[in-house]
Write a protein that binds this ligand. Structure first.
Ligand code: AMP
Length: 487
């Protein structure tokens, strides 16, 4: 799918190739997916390779709902890949759950994909014209069918041919009947990293070392299974892991790195390090810079859990404002964005956050959140903080206004639903009912990400292309052309 109606998917992928034939990979993937659950709560799936055959289980819901300890042990084999998926309304169905498996004359492959293709429609049509059937509306099935079509050339060629054909963002895991393969798009928009498994021996076999390799969306998932982070997969790199070797090659011409800045703002877990940058430290720094850019006299600074908390700590440090825990979040409510209807979203926000009255009563409070998209969260927070007796409520946001849709895998709604696209900061402040509102500047965000700001006078386009980050949702300048977006 492409254009404004695209199926936006922001997901997590995790794969294991164990060097020991009697080590089951699926349980490790299961734990890896648990720690990537924040990247997608709609469906989960695992495909495992055993005796050259791939078995896959997937379902709607959280990892713990789709799998039981009993069902996991039935997925046998030394290599496996898994996926957690998050998408918007209209696409929420089991047909779109991943991994996708294709069985054909020469073998089987399974694919797990995080990202969005900008030319999926075109590729789908070409494949359909050549007789390939589809069972879902997912971009990822386009990838699996393209690889399957080229498979007789050998996996390396099939992958390079596929990857040269597809455009957009992807962190891709492919399980073939002998290898685990990872690939990252030429701009490195979505994250992917490599880890090493080396766990102590099994009971009764003290010298047996459980070695192997891991590919994961985030480093926190490598930590979760006791693995060791090795390195990030480079933009445009393919890595093939089999019994004999770990082979890496670059499939694309050198393209500018354009890592998604929103991963650091919101999406990734703070205990992850993505592309060498510590997510927690980047968030604290963003809060400090926000404090330097738009401090306001206040008695207390609080962060909207979870992603607003590190930035609130940073803001407090930079401005000398006392930091406190003023908002409590229910851990058991999924990310509110998921609810397709606005009324449901508002209800979900109410269940999700509550205020600690004794902490905020009578105080001038600064509230830090990572972003404002539709404005649902901020409006509700201002209202409950006032109800709890806060004397003033000042909102500070550690990303620039989200004015443009994302076409590369983070779900941001249509332009018309992006509140900053329709309103100035002053109008938005009034509509939220806050005493003041400020967003970090694009330059401030880039500084928090240790990136150089754009050279003076070169304009936004240059900024987004040369800084190493994709800032498309803030600036409307995308690292690769998007059909329907004429820039
Ligand atoms: P909104 O309430 O519509 O203004 O959305 C902003 C809130 O949702 C912030 O508190 C973010 O933590 C969270 N958020 C931002 N972007 C996303 C996204 N792509 N998916 C889910 N939640 C998001």
């Amino acid at each position: 799918m492409s254009g404004a109606d695209a199926l936006h998917e922001a997901c997590g992928v995790f794969g294991v190739f164990s060097a020991n034939e009697d080590r089951e990979a699926a349980p490790l993937v299961y734990y890896g997916l648990f720690s990537l659950q924040h990247r997608g709560q709609e469906s989960a799936g695992i495909a495992a390779l055993r005796d050259k055959s791939i078995e896959c289980r997937k379902g709607m819901g959280l990892v713990g709902e789709v799998f039981t300890p009993e069902s996991i042990v039935q997925l046998r084999g030394q290599a496996a890949i898994g996926h957690v998926r998050y998408s918007t309304s209209g696409s929420s169905s089991i047909e779109n759950a991943q991994p996708f498996v294709s069985r054909f004359k020469l073998g089987s492959i399974a694919v797990a994909h995080n990202g969005t293709l900008t030319n999926a429609d075109v590729v789908r049509e070409l494949l359909e014209d050549s007789g390939v059937g589809f069972t879902s509306s997912s971009d990822s099935e386009v990838i699996v069918n393209l690889i399957a079509k080229n498979y007789k050339k050998g996996i390396e060629r099939a992958l390079t041919d596929t990857i040269k054909f597809i455009k957009g963002s992807y962190a891709l895991l492919v399980l073939t009947d002998e290898a685990l393969v990872g690939a990252r798009d030429p701009n490195g928009i979505r994250p992917l990293c490599l880890g090493k498994l080396s766990l102590p021996g099994k009971p009764g076999k003290p010298d047996w070392l459980d070695t192997g390799w891991i590919l994961a969306s985030e480093s926190c998932a490598i930590d979760a299974v006791g693995g060791e982070f090795v390195r990030d997969i480079e933009p445009g790199e393919v890595i093939i892991i089999n019994k004999e070797q770990v082979l890496s090659f670059t499939f694309s011409e050198k393209t500018p790195r354009a890592v998604c800045a929103f991963e650091y703002v919101y999406f990734a877990r703070p205990d992850s390090v993505l592309d060498g940058l510590d997510v927690y430290a980047a968030r604290v720094r963003a809060g400090e810079l926000l404090g330097r850019e738009s401090a306001v006299a206040a008695d207390l600074v609080i962060g909207v859990p979870d992603s607003g908390v590190p930035a609130a700590i940073g803001y407090g440090r930079a401005t000398g404002t006392a930091y406190g825990l003023g908002i409590v979040k229910s851990k058991y409510v999924g990310r509110t964005f998921i609810a397709p209807e606005q009324a449901d979203r508002e209800r979900a926000v109410s269940v999700k956050h509550n205020v600690i009255r004794s902490e905020v009563e009578g105080k001038r409070v600064v509230v830090i959140d990572d972003s404002i998209v539709r404005g649902t969260t901020s409006r509700r927070l201002v209202s409950i903080l006032r109800k709890a007796g806060a004397r003033e409520v000042h909102i500070r946001i550690c990303s620039p206004p989200v004015r443009f849709p994302c076409y590369f895998g983070i779900d941001t709604p249509h332009r018309k639903d992006l509140i900053s696209n329709l309103n100035s900061v002053d109008e938005l402040c009034a509509s939220l009912g806050a005493d003041s509102l400020a967003f970090i500047s694009v330059e401030g965000l880039l500084e928090s990400l240790n990136a150089a700001p754009a050279p003076a006078g070169k304009g936004r386009k240059n900024n987004s292309n040369s800084c190493g980050y994709c800032l498309g949702c803030f600036t409307g300048e995308y690292p690769i052309p998007v059909p329907g977006e004429d820039h």
